[in-house]
Design a protein around this ligand. Structure first.
Ligand code: AMP
Ligand code: MG
Length: 527
């Protein structure tokens, strides 16, 4: 990794090819009929590099800034621009918690421009928390350390888990404080501010299309669709002829289904699946009050704002993604002109999700496929049992590769006294089913040796996930100026499928003290 961020020459196809507002004043307002507004990050007092992702830097072929005096840190803090940068805030709308919310837009995210990565693919760099934009509404355009650290660690962890996601290059402390009322209870406090540099081929969301459609900006809508297709879905670009919008929508549905099946596989809960938080590339985007299931509970959400309705709870995510795709379909109606074609896309989502999740489950259980009589019932029984008493999802699946008897349940449950005789007997039935299924596959020659089966299971059942309490411990330390726990966490989460000596504490159950501590199980949207 040799290139210095400050030496690079940036481009921006988004700014070059789409309609925008030039040199926009940053006060909040409605901005009609454009894809973006040009804005500048606002300088901060003392930018300091708190964390760096070597993995993301490798993707971009970037050298780590040697000190906080390195120009790269000033760029990543929003104090300077590199050559060619023409920063902008994108304009989009969205459905929030089921209701159309009108114009939202990048209220605190500012895209700096694109560079070519190692592979020749282009990546956009975006600062989150770099100051106000026309889309900030009544907020300040800033972000606090706790939410920025969570986004930084979360997105890189998801990548390492094999989940499609936007990436994060750096976490920079601003040296300034931000006022937040964390519990929305009338007690605002000054908290340290921070900026994450996010990286993705594009940050376009469903909501960019929805807003153009809702405002009847049909030329802008077509231009944006053509832009995304030409650069990110070139297989549907047909030169002078109109692109195959229906086929493109079908692929968005497919990619979204693949992403959601990964979320379900690893126990990730996004927390705020509004349509403005859905990437048109099928990437996990906008890490807010997200979380990982500790004990398996389909009804669980980390987001306190959603505690009542539980719209975005773990088990509802597959359905919500479909609902969101239906909103996108509505926005693309003027381009596709065929309800049936859009319906077919939604059907492709259903089929892809069902297929992908079944494949993932088979792998999680060490089976070749879940295609026999009784498999569906056995899977239903498994999830019923997992939810019967608090049972750690990550520990259960990881342990199953080693322990195929009731020991796996003892290892995964939170309260050993909670396992009644009746429940233990039902578990025994299920575990017997699984052993029989493994044996049956071996009999017909599609099964794997014990060793190979273990490897295959360990490649999809993570040992380490960013449990909320682990993130909170890293936040507590970083707030006190100690980034060692954050670095250790980055290390462990960089190889989540590989069990490592000395890292046992990262693979344990959520401790009891974390059960009700803010940030450790429940999170507010305040960020
Ligand atoms: P989110 O729920 O975090 O995806 O945010 C919803 C909308 O609120 C987006 O348009 C964000 O840009 C905007 N937003 C959230 N926090 C802030 C902030 N501190 N300053 C400005 N805009 C914000
Ligand atoms: Mg958002």
């Amino acid at each position: 990794m040799t290139r210095k961020l400050s030496d690079l020459n940036f481009h921006s196809r988004f700014v070059d090819e789409l309609e925008g507002e030039a040199d926009a004043p940053s006060f909040s307002r409605q901005v009609p009929n454009v894809a973006f507004s040009r804005v500048r990050p606002e300088a901060v007092s003392t930018p300091r590099l708190l964390a760096w992702s070597e993995d993301c830097a490798a993707l971009l072929d970037l050298a780590k800034p040697a000190t906080d005096q390195d120009r790269a840190v000033f760029i990543l803090g929003g104090n300077q621009l590199a050559a060619g940068m023409r920063p902008y805030a994108a304009r989009y709308g969205g459905h929030q918690f089921g209701h159309w919310a009108g114009q939202l837009g990048d209220g605190r995210a500012i895209s700096l421009g694109e560079i070519e990565g190692q592979s020749g693919e282009r990546f956009e760099l975006q600062l989150k928390g770099a100051g106000p934009t026309p889309y900030s509404r009544r907020a300040d355009g800033r972000a606090v350390l706790r939410s920025s650290l969570r986004e930084f660690v979360g997105s890189e962890a998801m990548h390492a888990l094999g989940v499609p996601t936007t990436r994060a290059l750096s976490l920079v402390a601003t040296g300034e404080t931000v006022i937040r009322d964390m519990f929305y209870d009338g007690h605002p406090q000054a908290e340290p501010g921070a900026i994450v540099c996010r990286v993705a081929p594009s940050f376009v969301r469903f909501g960019n299309f929805e807003l153009h459609a809702a405002m009847n900006e049909l030329d802008r809508l077509r231009e944006l669709a053509n832009f995304v297709i030409r650069h990110a879905y070139p297989q549907y670009w047909q030169g002078d002829r109109s692109p195959d919008y229906a086929a493109w929508f079908g692929e968005i549905c497919e990619r979204t289904a693949v992403m959601i099946s990964h979320w379900m596989r690893v126990g990730f809960v996004h927390g705020v699946m509004n349509t403005d938080n859905m990437s048109i590339l099928g990437l996990t985007i906008d890490y807010g009050p997200y979380g990982w299931l500790d004990h398996y509970d389909p009804n669980w959400t980390p987001n306190t704002t959603d505690a009542e309705g539980r719209r975005y709870a773990y088990g509802r995510q597959p359905q919500i993604a479909l609902w969101n795709l239906a909103r996108l379909a509505g926005a693309l109606m003027s381009l596709v002109n065929s309800r049936e074609a859009l319906e077919a896309g939604l059907e492709r989502y259903r089929e892809t999700y069902a297929r992908q999740f079944r494949i993932a489950l088979a792998q999680k259980l060490g089976l070749h496929a879940l295609d026999r009589d009784g498999d569906t019932e056995a899977i239903e029984m498994l999830f019923e049992l997992l939810g019967a008493v608090e049972t750690d999802m990550t520990i259960f699946f990881r342990t199953l590769a080693e322990t195929e008897d009731i020991g796996v349940v003892h290892a995964a449950i939170y309260d050993s006294t909670a396992l009644s005789d009746e429940l233990a007997a039902r578990w025994e039935t299920w575990l017997r089913w699984r052993c029989d299924r493994v044996a049956a596959e071996l009999n017909v020659g599609v099964g794997l040796s014990t060793e190979r089966r273990r490897e295959r299971m360990n490649a999809v059942n993570p040992c380490y996930v960013p449990r909320n309490y682990l993130l909170q411990l890293a936040i507590d330390a970083a707030t006190e100026g100690d980034v060692a726990p954050l670095e250790a966490l980055q290390q462990v989460l960089g190889n989540p499928y590989e069990k490592r000596e000395g890292c046992e504490r990262y693979a344990r159950h959520r401790p009891d003290w974390a059960r009700d501590r803010p940030g450790c199980s429940a999170l507010s949207c305040s960020s």
